[in-house]
Design a protein around this ligand. Sequence first.
Ligand SMILES: [Zn+2]
Ligand SMILES: [Zn+2]
Length: 266
Amino acid sequence: MPELRQDPATKQWVILATERAKRPHDFSKPAVQVFLPEHKADCPFCPGNESLTPPETMAYRQGGTANGPGWWVRAFPNKFSALVPEGSLSRKEEEGIFRKMDGVGQHEVIVECPQHNLCIPLMADKQVEEIILAYRERYLALREDPRFKLIIIFKNHGSKAGTSLEHPHSQLVAMPIVPLTIRYRFEKAAGHFDDEGTCVYCDLLREGLNLRTRQVLETERFAAFHPFASRAPFETWIIPKAHNASFGSITMDEAKEFSLVLKNAW
Ligand SMILES: [Zn+2]
Ligand SMILES: [Zn+2]
């Protein structure tokens, strides 16, 4: 029997139809194991090819010079950025009921390691830790810019998720507006607080910890679990156990612990 489940955080209903997973797929292709090289001469994210990317905004390296090899995590503006950092938000224009403004923002690529063929679960713990510390560093730096209202860090894994380059990388977008999906979550959380007097994410965390069947991993300060109303198979959330509203307030120690949860919950 299919089941409808409501996500308490968004009030959105999802259909859990396990039978649908068994339907025949005429177009499904057998999984092809592709063996990637550790270094690819024409990859713009591989060491030695730094000149193929815009100048770096941050890199972890010992010795060497900026925009040269020797780094283990490296960030730079996305060459095909959706938004540009130059510009002012005071240039808002109105035409009747229509409003527009400059596409100001920062869109960065964070290359996660020098090796072309690694992925987070296969990296050394220390390397994953350095990636999260880089996320934190860039987040804190961009948060200082008063034009930005939201900073999102995300990663598309695999071609089906829309990534155009194989080399392990994440992206960061700092933008002057808050998209509808985030505003919606914020409004629903505020509504939950008005009705129940509690934080909906803290409530979800408590449920996730109680129902051990959906739990993936728990450490001193974080828990990873599959949400009750998952929107996709294997959807996993990592939530800090202490109420915390912003990734920007994560400490160095918490960032290290988070990196271990991320790696092992993958
Ligand atoms: Zn590469
Ligand atoms: Zn909370």
